[in-house]
Design a protein around this ligand. Structure first.
Ligand code: HEM
Length: 208
């Protein structure tokens, strides 16, 4: 679960770096998209790797939930939380909601079925016009808000998940645990702000 989670974190960083190219303008973003598509077989190897990582992450999280239940089949009479945080207790809920967000996101930008009117354009060089697709999408308030909400869920999930992943892999010591848990929260916040900068910039008219 930890290894697949860290692979997905690697994707999130790479995807954010790619998405931020939007601030370089239409030509830069569409050229980047076209370059990715030209990777052909390599792109498919990465995609299959990502799908496998998502499946492993979901299956192992379900196994963990079952093991936790088996370890204590009888519920507690009174629940008092020590040494835990809302993000840690909400990992399953935030994980399911991130998955729902991801399904919507893929239907929107990858399969282009939710907004076909603005998703199939090509630019002057005949490349898929990703720039216009993203800008026209985020100019619609409900879509921009859905994305920011989705990214907030990703942030909540990462704020506990990253530190927890390092701990599971045995990469922590008593001394580094607090540093890592704060590092994990800061990283999650940076991911949230980085991704949210895109719908925010479109809504504020900086990117149009
Ligand atoms: C502002 C936020 C985001 C923007 C603008 C954005 C943009 C895009 C675009 C344009 C594509 C389609 C690329 C193409 O087929 O040409 C895409 C694909 C994808 N996005 Fe995002 N994305 C955002 C956030 C996220 C987040 C938070 C996640 C993960 C939770 C994510 C996961 C993916 C995945 C898995 C794909 C499919 C990649 C592939 O086809 O190989 N995206 N995104």
């Amino acid at each position: 679960m930890a290894a697949s989670g860290l692979i997905l974190v690697g994707f999130l960083i790479g995807h954010l770096a790619g998405n931020l190219i939007i601030f370089g303008g239409m030509d830069a973003l569409n050229a980047y998209g076209a370059k990715l598509r030209h990777l052909g077989a390599v792109l498919w190897v990465v995609r299959i790797g990502l799908i496998v990582a998502v499946v492993i992450h979901i299956v192992t999280s379900m196994q963990l939930a079952v093991e936790n239940r088996r370890a204590r089949p009888q519920g507690y009479q009174m629940v008092r939380h020590h040494e835990t945080t809302p993000a840690a207790r909400l990992m399953v809920v935030s994980g399911v909601l991130v998955l729902a967000y991801l399904v919507y996101h893929l239907l929107h930008f990858t399969f282009r079925v939710t907004n076909p009117d603005i998703s199939h354009g090509v630019d002057a060089l005949g490349r898929h016009d990703i720039y216009t697709m993203v800008v026209h999408s985020f100019q619609q308030l409900p879509i921009a808000f859905a994305y920011v909400a989705g990214m907030a869920l990703v942030c909540l999930h990462l704020s506990h998940g990253v530190a927890s992943g390092f701990q599971t892999l045995g990469l922590t010591t008593e001394r580094t645990i607090p540093i890592l848990s704060w590092g994990s929260r800061l990283f999650a916040l940076a991911v949230f702000l980085g991704y949210s900068a895109i719908p925010a910039a479109v809504l504020l008219g900086f990117v149009k």
